[in-house]
Design a protein around this ligand. Structure first.
Ligand SMILES: Nc1ncnc2c1ncn2[C@@H]1O[C@H](COP(=O)(O)OP(=O)(O)O)[C@@H](O)[C@H]1O
Ligand SMILES: N[C@@H](CCOP(=O)(O)O)C(=O)O
Length: 354
């Protein structure tokens, strides 16, 4: 008898300024949730999974399981374990609170949800580290997926793999996630590239309980691919050192009670990605330079959430005034936005069986 269960994956803010591609934090009360049940054939009309979808992205997200990101990741993980088809009675209700293309890790969450779905459906008993391996075959920077999976404030890196071991970055995405019609593809029975073990490593840092996240979410979308496309191939030594020095301080600074606004504000400066992304996010340089703990008491640090365009303002209090400051700068630049206040997610992703 197949079991019913729920998968919950939180939104994340990757980078936290200086930690490009290596820091991430996950947030409470903003999740991608899958409710999985089993409706046996012939009580329904067809045998492939039935997906219904509400919330952010509804109407836009494909409901065909071979086109939907979460179910494509799920079938990839199943096929890596020699399971070639979805269970034929699968009913998937998706509710998504994470807006698309805003830098809150919607695609990372969809990928993690797909891995956890496969794990639970086939009782694969994957360790968190193995779950991360599968997620990293699709999402190739570890910051969002590690934070979404583990929860809290997380640092991560990709291991240098020994010669001869499959390098995930060399595998075309079409081999990992082919958009295959189930019976027309010649490759259907072929095993997809299985990830090497322990590709990604992570460490969860402390997070001072007073620190909350204000997220100011512009109405426009910016795909992560586009926001990565404007980054340079190479950096100067002073710029790299600038970020390393701040990274060395920030990871501990955010765990200290009470938080020190001056230390954190400066530690949340960045020269590796935000300056290049400014051309895509009107008002960004002004927001990150002019809102300070002096001008806005309670503010700790301010940066892009992930690849943007959402602004993340870590604070202890006074979120209305901080939000107002950001709104005013965005308004001058004709950017409409809304705000939410979040706490750190202690649990990360969860799977709960009925
Ligand atoms: N729950 C979901 N189900 C299916 N596809 C999703 C889901 N969430 C995100 N996506 C896909 O990921 C895209 C956004 O990814 P991306 O550009 O990386 O932005 P971000 O991850 O910052 O929101 C969406 O346009 C959509 O194609
Ligand atoms: N390190 C990545 C993070 C992308 O996060 P997202 O939430 O915008 O997908 C980057 O900065 O490109």
């Amino acid at each position: 008898m197949s079991r019913n269960f729920k998968v919950k994956v939180p939104a994340t803010s990757a980078n936290l300024a200086c930690g490009f591609d290596c820091l991430g934090a996950s947030w409470d009360d903003i999740n991608l949730e899958l409710t999985v049940s089993h409706v046996p054939y012939p009580a329904r009309k067809h045998t492939s999974p039935i997906i219904s979808y509400t919330g952010e992205g509804a109407g836009e997200v494909p409901l065909d399981p071979y086109k939907n990101l979460t179910t494509r990741v799920c079938i990839y993980v199943l096929r890596c374990h020699d399971i070639l088809e979805f269970p034929d009675d699968l009913n998937l209700k998706v509710h998504n609170e994470i807006p698309f293309g805003r830098g809150l890790g919607s695609s990372g969450a969809a990928v993690v949800a797909g891995v956890l779905l496969a794990d639970a459906l086939a009782d694969l008993k994957l360790s968190p580290s193995r779950q991360l391996d599968f997620a990293l075959m699709v999402e190739r920077h570890p910051d969002n997926v590690a934070a979404a999976l583990i929860g809290g404030f997380v640092g991560s890196y990709l291991k240098t793999l020994p010669e001869g071991v499959l390098d995930p970055s060399s595998v075309p995405m079409s081999e990992v996630l082919p958009e295959y019609p189930p019976d027309a593809s010649k490759d259907w029975g072929k095993k997809p590239p299985v990830p090497p073990k322990d590709i990604g490593h992570w460490l969860r840092y402390g997070w001072a309980s007073q620190i909350k996240a204000l997220v100011v979410i512009p109405q426009f979308e910016l795909s992560t691919a586009k926001a990565r496309g404007c980054l340079p191939e190479q950096y100067s030594r002073p710029d790299v050192v600038f970020n390393l020095q701040r990274l060395a301080v920030l990871t501990t600074a955010l765990s200290i009670t009470p938080p020190d606004p001056d230390l954190i504000w400066e530690a949340m400066q960045d020269k590796l990605h935000q300056p290049y992304r400014s051309e895509l996010i009107p008002g960004l340089p002004e927001i990150t330079k002019t809102l300070t703990p002096k001008s806005h008491p309670g503010l700790l640090g301010i940066c892009l959430s992930g690849a943007g365009p959402t602004i993340l303002a870590l604070h202890t209090h006074n979120h209305e005034a901080i939000a107002d400051g950001i709104f005013k700068i965005f308004a001058k630049n004709n950017v409409k936005c809304r705000m939410e206040v979040k706490s750190i997610s202690e649990s990360g992703s969860t799977v709960s069986f009925e």
